[in-house]
Structures are given as structure tokens and as C-alpha cells.
Design a protein around this ligand. Structure first.
Ligand code: ADP
Ligand code: MG
Ligand code: MG
Length: 249
């Protein structure tokens, strides 16, 4: 599903990713943990194709394609999804409208019939119900005036609606209280499927009590310094990052 080989990337002339190697098979959930500033968000932006993030070396193979050759919108239509660490507010665009256009762009790209407005409302309401999101949140402008937790739940709804092949969740757990965390985790777990891979980026092990990863990687200073199974996350929780950073050094 995803093979990252010796990926180097810079922002504003500063090298942030310094040789990332990572292979994710279909059906797997990989957690990426790491201290602040280690390059977790940068990795997610490079995979999604954000402007200003320049790849200076290496390659990324996604679903048999050279991901880095594709425009951001092509990546999205090919099934790559990124839940932002800091979700963007879009004044004047209702949530339902935003999602319908997103889904229809993808369906059109894949040669499928587009949803009409009525069909889509039914579809999206079902998804919102699964995440315990009130209908009025869908009518409001995307993320405008939403609390931190509501924005994160809205990202999870976008994921549920877009049904990605590769979902990248950048700290979707940050700022959530325990009830919201469980709802988001349920939403993520509901999307686990043999044909879908997920990269779950998190600073804390707490989310991983609910979304149990197949593999855990520690990113530090632009490199993966350690990989393991879910017990690695518990080790981090117990001893902190300093312990693993010292051992790696
Ligand atoms: P993380 O998500 O792990 O906290 P980031 O990927 O956000 O880390 O940032 C990694 C490093 O890149 C940090 O040192 C950050 O200051 C730096 N960085 C991010 N964006 C820019 C930018 N636009 N210009 C210069 N440095 C940046
Ligand atoms: Mg950070
Ligand atoms: Mg980040």
C-alpha cells in the first residue's frame, strides 16, 4: 500500500525529513510517535502533497504509483486522506456542501456516478450519527466556531465519508476529552479494513489503548529511530522519549 524509501524533505531550505523508510501493508495500522518538532506533521504534509514542502531525495510508492508525481488533488482522488493536526476553517461553505463536492470529485475521477444532493444528505447523516455528531454541525460552515474536539470529530467524519485507502491522522487525539477520544477511536476502528491502511500520528499513547496499532515507529529529528509493536508505545509512556533518544544515540 505504501512504501517510503529514504525520503528527504525540506521546508524553507531547512532539511526536516532526513531519510525516512517505512512500509505499510493493506489492512495495517501504524502509529507514528515522536517528540514535538520531530517531523511528524511534515511527513504527513509531504505524503499529502502540501505546497512548500520540497522533496530532496527518496521515493514514495503508493498503491503501485509514484505518489510524489501526483498533484495533491490526484492523491486525494486516488484515496489518500489527511486529517489535519490543525483543521482549517472554511467560512461560508456548509459542511454538507464541502463533503458532497469532495466525495463527488473523487467519484467522478474514479468513473463512478455522482451523488445528488438528496442522496448525499442521507448518506452523510448516517455517517454523522455513527460519530454522534448533531445534524446542525453539518449545516454550519466547515469548522467555523467549532471547539477543538468538534473539529477533530469533523476530521473523522470527513474520513468516514471519503472512505480512503490510505488514511493519515495527524494528532487527531490532541485536545480531546476521554468521551470525544473514544468516539474518534470508534470512528477510526470502524474504518479498519483489509484493503485500507492507516498512519496514526500521535504524541501520546492514550489513543493507542483504543486504536491498537500493528506497528509503532518513533520519529526523532527527521528519522525513524525505533520500530516495534504496540508495546513500544507503552515503553514510551513509561520512560518518556528521552530514554529512547539516548539509547538510539
Ligand atoms: P511535529 O509534527 O513532529 O511536531 P513538524 O513536522 O511540525 O513536527 O516540524 C518539524 C520541524 O520543522 C520543526 O523543527 C519545525 O520548527 C520545522 N518547521 C516546520 N515548518 C517550518 C517552516 N515553514 N519553516 C521552517 N521550519 C519549519
Ligand atoms: Mg507538534
Ligand atoms: Mg505535528
Amino acid at each position: 500500500m505504501l512504501e517510503i524509501r529514504d525520503l528527504h524533505a525540506e521546508v524553507d531550505g531547512k532539511e526536516i525529513l532526513k531519510g525516512i523508510n517505512l512500509t505499510v501493508e493493506p489492512g495495517e495500522v501504524h502509529a507514528i510517535m515522536g517528540p514535538n518538532g520531530s517531523g511528524k506533521s511534515t511527513l504527513s504534509y509531504v505524503l499529502a502533497g502540501r505546497d512548500g514542502y520540497e522533496v530532496t531525495g527518496g521515493e514514495v510508492i503508493y498503491d503501485g504509483k509514484n505518489l510524489l508525481d501526483l498533484a495533491p488533488e490526484e492523491r486525494a482522488c486516488e484515496g489518500v486522506f489527511l486529517a489535519f493536526q490543525y483543521p482549517v476553517e472554511i467560512p461560508g461553505v456548509a459542511g454538507t456542501t464541502f463533503l458532497r463536492h469532495s466525495v463527488n470529485a473523487k467519484r467522478k475521477y474514479q468513473g463512478e456516478a455522482e451523488f445528488d444532493a438528496m442522496e448525499f444528505v442521507k448518506f452523510v447523516r448516517g455517517k454523522a450519527k455513527d460519530l454522534n455528531m448533531p445534524d446542525d454541525m453539518l449545516k454550519r460552515a466547515v469548522n467555523v466556531g467549532f471547539s477543538g474536539g468538534e473539529k477533530k470529530r469533523n476530521e473523522t467524519l470527513q474520513m468516514a465519508v471519503l472512505e480512503p485507502k490510505l488514511a493519515i491522522l495527524d494528532e487527531t487525539d490532541s485536545g480531546l476529552d476521554i468521551d470525544a477520544l473514544k468516539l474518534v477511536a470508534d470512528g477510526v476502528n470502524a474504518l479498519r479494513a483489509p484493503e485500507r491502511a492507516m498512519l496514526v500520528i500521535t504524541h501520546y499513547q492514550r489513543l493507542l489503548d483504543y486504536v491498537v496499532p500493528d506497528k509503532v515507529h518513533v520519529l526523532a529529528n527527521g528519522r525513524i529511530i525505533k520500530s516495534g509493536d504496540k508495546s513500544l508505545a507503552l515503553e514510551l509512556e513509561e520512560h518518556g522519549y528521552a530514554h529512547i533518544l539516548e539509547a538510539a544515540a
